[in-house]
Ligand binder design. Sequence first.
Ligand code: NPW
Ligand code: K
Length: 478
Amino acid sequence: MENAGRHMAEKISERVSLDQHITIVIGGGNNGGDGFVIARCLKEKGYQHHACQLVPDQKIKGDALYHKQVYEQFGGMIERVETLDQLKEKCASSDVVVDAVLGIGITGTIREPLRRMIEVINEAEAVVFSVDIPSGLPANENEVVDMSVNADYTFVVEAPKQSAFVEGLAPYYGEWEVVSIGIPLAAFSDQKQMRWQHMDVQRTFPKRTSFSHKGSHGKGAVVGGQLSMPGSVALTARAALRSGAGLLTVATVKDNIPVVANQCVEAMYHVWRDDQGILIDDSVSSLNHYDAIAIGMGMGRADESQKLTLRIVNEINRPVIVDADGLYHIKSDLEVVRARLAPLVITPHLGEMAMLTETTIAEIKQAPFSITKQFAQKYQVYVVLKGKFTIITTPRGEQVVTDTGNPGLAKGGSGDVLSGVILAFMMQHNERLPAIANACYLHGLTADMSITSGRHTETDLLASDVIDELSVAFRTIV
Ligand SMILES: NC(=O)C1=CN([C@@H]2O[C@H](COP(=O)(O)OP(=O)(O)OC[C@H]3O[C@@H](n4cnc5c(N)ncnc54)[C@H](OP(=O)(O)O)[C@@H]3O)[C@@H](O)[C@H]2O)[C@@H](O)CC1
Ligand SMILES: [K+]
């Protein structure tokens, strides 16, 4: 509590000047305890502040009581705020409100008078900094907001909670950052998701050596494309080559080859359907010679495509990434997926995940972590649930989140590019989770950097621009 409060006071002082007035609103649990530490640290720094206790004295116990007493011993004054009018007056005379009323220990609907007090905080013009979580907001997904502080900024203790990544709940946090208090992540319950960050990419990204040759970076294959959609496989292939694939073969229908080859001269080509549209048998078995295979992009939903997808999932003992139309094909026989032993990565967006799990998009938005975890564990697959936050789940149920990317990626072709980056990274990395998480992180970072650099806007950014800009993001980690 001392560490948490001290770090948060430090963060507050980076954003608030000494002539601004701060009110710290304090509740009865350990979240309130953090509030007493913050009040003492801000006092030490010379801030004009009011520490307002919103609950009766008997509610302050344990560590929180200890820190209340320490604050008082330092000459701090605690004001007991009981009425809404008293709270309104305090908020009106403050530039900043520090919200230490309720943390992750809430149960049930928010009781009075705190409920109306939260409304008062939200009506105030002051900037609101929430301690750990906006007061009243559920920490986990799949819960509804009864009454919550609408924070401008939240200092999350040690690890973000699920609600920070759930569409309907995330906005209450405002901007947020993690305040580390030196507790290992493993000590947290699994409701606290791990955000995959830049330092994780730097830590896990494989190094290329000067003795590298094309074979040592893996041979990959991209299987997909039908006559009306040659672009998808080309995007996946180019993204894979730009992401370090040593050798890449595109298996597509015959008439596509000249079109795709024109866009991707570095790849090799293979026909998977003959002139009558019939699957060529040895095109499946030959895939066992590759280090990883991506399938489904621009593939169409014809029977032959379905047959090919299911045969690859069933017969190929190399890592396989299934995207786009391939996801519809595996849905037709998920038992083949469950029976498969080699790694399978699926990369659905919300609609595809709803289709796979026979739920609705609204249900997935409400409980993305538990729905994907259930599916990943049941079918023993890696799931990349794409969205504003991308949730990556392993067959064992471990989950990480990447939060790079922007609306510029919400366009046709982005998924094809991501599949190509995942394919290439899986060819170069022995561990699956870092390979996939690094791909998602860097794909999003590329889109972000294309916009912050001023070279593109969210409106004009194309999937092929992201391929061309990958080097900018890669340069930040090598
Ligand atoms: N995790 C860590 O390692 C660390 C955690 N830390 C901090 O501890 C926080 C969690 O603390 P916590 O467990 O004491 O719970 P907390 O959120 O303060 O809530 C309890 C209070 O809320 C009240 N209350 C409950 N429901 C209510 C309702 N519906 N409506 C109204 N009131 C309600 C309840 O009242 P009661 O039921 O007793 O009447 C009680 O007073 C965490 O968020 C972080 O800030 C850090 O200090 C450092 C290390
Ligand atoms: K809070």
